[in-house]
Write a protein that binds this ligand. Structure first.
Ligand SMILES: Cc1ncc(COP(=O)(O)O)c(C=O)c1O
Length: 488
């Protein structure tokens, strides 16, 4: 089964079936966390403000926070602030807490491991859970076709490892990345990231060629899928490779199978298979960055499974550590084996807590059937959002896969002029719904809740979302909002 932008949305029958299912919160979610949303003090409350004051003085301003509240605890799909407010969480802490905040299996694994060993010293010793997690990742990665794993501490670090392994293996140095791509903000990962706001002031990063992603809603060629015959891919292959792009030294293409920060963009079905063949034709590697879309979020363990595309290197992060910082690459064994001992390293790679948490989290995702739940609940949510879209002109596009759903806001459906939605996000927040935005123009509401979220929480969240949209529309009709600032 595959899914494409422009192809029929996940089946009507599937949506109807999902509408009848409850998708209750897991039994372990405590009573307090079932009471969200509950706003008893207008955020930021006094206790939150105390922390914010100290933070503003001592913590780097590089953080770009929208929610002015101080987080206290979280369970399932509920986040609580220090003033006692409870929020329905549509963020999963940026697509991290897939099996739910405070999942007892993960918490217990961390507790038990910390009593025994915290730092595994795994650069120089062998550690059982490192071997176990590497085996587990291989088992869930295209039935073992990807096998060698290297562990680091974050998504961006893992992307860096993928870049290094690609150049090492191919003895080439150029990369293709995509408009709208996000792969992190350090080293090679920053070079692959496209948004000006993140790149501004850092350079040069000149071994990366950027080409259009299959962003059909805003096709830069003004074409339509499927009659376009995937012109963006032909452009990449012909124009970019032959007319002033590559110097003939392409090491790899790095791609998000569903673009995350770029706006939760689901490309047409042919996109990833095309890239696979393109890489093979050019003796280049295909790196799939599954940091945000992976581990069940889109309805499959890896989003590249939707089109049966096996990458040469798969990058994971975020959810892989169940909330503990962890990133990893899992590669074709012949590629990973090429690295000689000492070719790459990280002091904390294979850390004991990371490994214990990672094993527990992935096992929870598998045993609770969370990919299937994400697919079914996600298709129901998409249906409900499309109903809302009929009532609200500013909802230009609703798209997604599983519980990775984006709503793109525009001033005008015809011109598609982007609409900055920071104020909409704040309106949701004040009502007790946490959301994140995405997109080059900051005009996409992203919906990426913990995969254990209940249908009731999704329904309540949709109600809040619509109330906020209505208020936002009223304000827009009363006053002109400036377009997105250039460094948005
Ligand atoms: C697709 C993708 N790759 C890489 C990263 C970077 O991960 P980290 O923030 O852990 O460095 C992110 C983070 O949002 C991401 O979404």
């Amino acid at each position: 089964m595959t899914r494409a932008e422009g192809a029929p949305a996940p089946g009507g029958q599937e949506q109807d079936a999902a509408a009848k299912m409850d998708f209750p919160l897991p039994d372990w979610v405590p009573d307090w966390a079932r009471k969200a949303p509950s706003i008893s003090v207008v955020p930021p409350g006094p206790r939150s403000r105390e922390v914010v004051k100290i933070d503003k003085e001592f913590v780097s301003h590089a953080y770009d926070r929208v929610f002015t509240f101080t987080i206290d605890r979280a369970s399932g799909a509920t986040v609580a602030d220090v003033d006692g407010n409870l929020y329905i969480d549509w963020t999963a802490g940026i697509a991290v807490m897939n099996a739910g905040w405070g999942n007892p299996a993960v918490v217990d694994a961390i507790k038990k491991q910390s009593e025994k060993l915290v730092h595994s010293f795994a650069n120089d010793t062998y550690f059982d859970k490192e071997a176990e997690l590497a085996r587990l990742l291989s088992e869930i990665s295209f039935s073992g076709r990807l096998k060698g794993t290297f562990f680091g501490n974050s998504g961006a670090e893992a992307v860096g490892a993928a870049a290094k392994l690609s150049t090492y293996f191919t003895k080439k140095f150029e990369f293709i990345s995509f408009y709208g791509a996000y792969h992190g903000r350090i080293g090679p990962a920053l070079g692959f990231t496209s948004k000006l706001k993140y790149r501004y002031g850092f350079g040069p990063m000149n071994n990366v060629l950027f080409t259009p992603y299959a962003y059909c809603y805003r096709c830069p060629f003004k074409l339509e899928y499927p009659s376009c015959d995937m012109y963006c891919m032909h452009f990449m292959e012909d124009q970019m490779m032959n007319f002033g792009g590559s110097t003939g030294s392409l090491a790899a293409v790095i791609v998000e199978p569903v673009q995350g920060e770029g706006g939760y963009i689901v490309p047409p079905d042919g996109f990833l298979p095309y890239l696979r063949k393109f890489c093979d034709r050019n003796s280049a590697l295909l790196i799939c960055d599954e940091v945000q879309a992976g581990l069940g979020r889109t309805g499959r363990i890896w989003s590249s499974e939707w089109t049966d595309t096996v990458p040469d290197i798969l990058v994971t992060g975020k959810a892989v550590g169940g909330g503990i910082p962890l990133g990893a690459i899992i590669a074709r064994p012949d590629i990973m084996k090429r690295w000689r001992p000492g070719a790459h390293s990280s002091t904390f790679g294979g850390n004991a807590i990371q490994m214990a948490a990672g094993i527990a989290h992935i096992n929870e995702i598998l045993s609770a059937g969370l990919p299937g739940r994400a697919a079914a609940l996600g298709s129901y949510v998409m249906k409900r959002l499309r109903e809302l879209q009929e009532r609200h002109e500013i909802m230009g596009d609703v798209r997604g896969l599983g519980l990775m759903i984006g709503v793109e806001f525009v001033r005008d459906r015809r011109t598609k002029e982007p609409l900055d939605i920071t104020q909409l996000q704040i309106k949701c927040f004040k009502r007790g719904l946490l959301t994140l935005t995405a997109g080059i123009y900051g005009n996409v509401m992203r919906i990426s809740p913990p995969l254990v979220i209940s249908r009731e929480f999704m329904d309540r969240g949709i109600e809040i979302f619509e109330e906020a949209v209505v208020e936002f529309e009223h304000e827009l009709s009363g006053q002109a909002q400036p377009s997105s600032p250039p460094l948005q």
